[in-house]
Write a protein that binds this ligand. Structure first.
Ligand code: MN
Length: 130
């Protein structure tokens, strides 16, 4: 794990979207942890040191905002930056998600050519802030 650029946990219930994001990041030398639900992602986040979490907003069961709230109340996961990954790319969404406590926002469908560098930007920001 340690020789990679970083460990990214992707929480996404659409199997195709999950695999696409994961494979793009793996191709850019990130170590990727995959979760198909918030519940599974929360369990992984508590047990594994992820450097960044990419969180789908619309999930079955606990949704992305509910999962973010749980991450922020747990000392083991409180400091991990969480970037929202959402298809609802309407004007004002970014503001709403940042106000909800997300560290950033990436619109779906992801742009495969720039996705890894966007993720790298969030990781670099984290290094400076914490
Ligand atoms: Mn979804």
């Amino acid at each position: 794990m340690s020789d990679r650029l970083g460990v990214v946990l992707v929480i996404e219930d659409n199997p195709y979207s999950l695999e696409l994001a994961a494979e793009v990041l793996e191709g850019a030398d990130y170590f990727v942890l995959r979760a198909g639900s918030a519940e599974a992602g929360l369990a992984i986040a508590r047990e594994t040191k992820a450097d960044l979490i990419l969180m789908d907003i619309e999930l079955p069961g606990i949704d992305g905002q509910g999962a973010l709230a749980q991450l922020r109340t747990d000392p083991r996961t409180r400091a991990i930056p969480v970037v929202a990954l959402t298809a609802c790319a309407m004007l004002g969404d970014e503001e709403r998600l940042l106000a909800a406590g997300f560290d950033g926002y990436l619109a779906k469908p992801i742009r495969t050519a720039s996705f890894a560098s966007q993720v790298g930007g969030f990781l670099a920001k984290r290094g400076g802030q914490r």
